[in-house]
Design a protein around this ligand. Structure first.
Ligand code: FA5
Ligand code: MG
Length: 453
């Protein structure tokens, strides 16, 4: 892996996350600054813009989607622990062994078994397995990423998934008799091998209109959006939705048709459980005992066809920034009343526009310092971003690679980073910035093995 430096042998220690203790090992790369954020649950904090947005999304789904009994279709989960196993975050989603997201430079590991989830998709398989066919998951997610106004190592996502049986998917079609969900075919850009083209196309339509309706509800009709095809290991086909924000395209979500393998692995058990649940009333009415319930459900299951599913994952901060005109992702972590008071007590439906004047983000001038160094082999850019974030916390606005060259004779590689320091509540003095900058240089030398020029 590219960031072996981070995995250098360290003495074994204990770290406690949400009341559970874990033994560190060579794979541990979470840092105290990140662990501080675990349990903050900004999305559950009353009056916080992420909570306002969550409430709106929840309401949208509650008010527009119903099951047969006119109850809300989507169940909502917003308090699942962000500590997950590597199986949950990767294997259950068919992420290949050598996928970049597994590397130490991209994710936060507690040890070789546990990590901080890198996306809410980590719970997808478990919830499907438990028999749910429509759900939303809100939660904090953790990634080692670049440092700038729209990236932060902790952010929040809402995951949505919905499964359809053949009957459900084709219920609106006038003559559904010849329409099937499955066939044995070939994988194509538009569909998976086991799906029929009509099922794939209808699912694509269902998925995209669900998300377009959500966007229209949140933003009104005026928002400029576009769909871009993309790749995820757990969906095919897959798309991203981009929205126009401050003149630029900003990616706000990823989505796609769930790989059939993810649904298939548990489908018999799942369908059995679902059927028992659905027929509970009928069963208890006739006082049929437990063994018969299972047998009955098995009979149904044998004749039932598998479902097909879609899923999406949406970045709450990016959406809130667009919706409320919040210019910098760090502001979500601000404890300063100037920021929070603009949202507190607001009705989630009231249009709010964040006013910079009331809480001047950019009024205080930035301090810009460059740092050049020779990099060792295996150096990863994310390691440096993460180190700066760890030293400076919220005081760093951006880290940017501005020069990268290889010495023609020695073949050594040199990089220069521009670091933009800015306090959100006051102006920094040159001295304060120098202290941080020197610390960054010192730790980069010690921990990443760079040589300052
Ligand atoms: C995912 O995380 C997939 N799990 C989404 C998905 C779910 C796809 C279900 C298919 C089916 P991605 O890495 O693109 O995808 O992140 C999803 C969204 O999270 C992005 O569109 C963006 O809005 C947000 N996001 C990603 N990285 C950051 C970051 N560092 N800071 C803030 N928001 C981010
Ligand atoms: Mg993406």
């Amino acid at each position: 892996y590219s960031s072996e430096s981070a995995a250098r042998q360290k003495p074994e220690q204990n770290i406690t996350v949400l009341g559970n203790t874990y033994k560190t090992d060579s794979w541990t790369n979470v840092r105290p600054k990140i662990l501080e954020k675990v349990g903050k649950n900004l999305h559950l904090k009353k009056g916080h813009p992420l909570n306002l947005l969550k409430t709106r999304i929840e309401k949208h789904f509650y008010e527009n989607y119903f099951n047969r009994w006119r109850n809300p279709l989507f169940s909502v989960y917003d308090n699942i622990s962000p500590v997950v196993t590597l199986e949950q975050n990767f294997d259950s989603l068919l992420v290949p062994e050598d996928h970049i997201s597994r590397s130490l430079s991209d994710s936060y590991y507690i040890n070789t078994k546990y990590m901080l989830r890198a996306h809410t998709s980590a719970h997808e398989h478990d919830l499907i397995k438990s028999g749910l066919d429509a759900f939303l998951i809100f939660g904090d997610v953790y990634r080692r990423d670049h440092v700038d106004a729209s990236h932060y190592p902790v952010f929040h996502q809402v995951e949505g998934a919905r499964l359809f049986t053949e009957h459900q998917l084709f219920s609106k079609v006038r003559d559904p008799t010849n329409l099937k969900l499955f066939e044995e075919g070939r994988r194509e850009p538009t569909k998976q091998e086991s799906h029929t083209l009509e099922a794939a196309k209808l699912m694509e339509f269902e998925l995209k209109s669900t998300l377009e309706n959500l966007a229209a509800d949140l933003f009104g009709k005026g928002l400029e959006t576009k769909w871009v095809e993309t790749y995820f290991p757990f969906t095919h086909p897959s798309w991203e939705l981009e929205v126009k924000f401050q003149g630029e395209w900003l990616e706000v979500l990823g989505c796609g048709i769930l790989e059939q393998q993810i649904l298939k692995s548990e489908s018999i058990v799942k369908q059995c459980v679902t059927l028992i649940y659905r027929h509970k009333i009928f069963i208890s009415y006739f006082k049929i005992d437990c063994v018969w319930q299972v047998a009955l459900a098995m009979c149904y299951t044998a004749g039932a066809v598998d479902s097909i599913g879609w899923a999406f994952g949406l970045g709450l901060e990016r959406l809130a920034m667009t919706l409320y005109d919040i210019p910098d992702i760090r502001l979500f972590w601000s404890e300063d009343s100037g920021f929070l008071s603009q949202f507190e007590g607001s009705d989630h439906l009231k249009p709010i526009k964040y006013k910079e004047g009331a809480h001047p983000v950019s009024k205080f001038s930035p301090c810009i310092n460059d740092l050049s160094f020779w990099i060792p082999e295996n150096f990863s850019e994310n390691d440096f971003h993460d180190l700066v974030r760890n030293v400076c916390g919220e005081y760093v606005e951006q880290v940017k690679l501005i020069d990268d060259f290889k010495h023609p004779k020695t073949k050594r590689q040199s990089q220069c980073y521009r670091i933009v320091y800015r306090h959100m509540e006051k102006s920094f003095t040159k001295e304060e910035v120098n202290v941080m900058h020197e610390k960054v240089a010192k730790l980069a030398t010690e921990e990443l093995g760079v040589e300052i020029r």
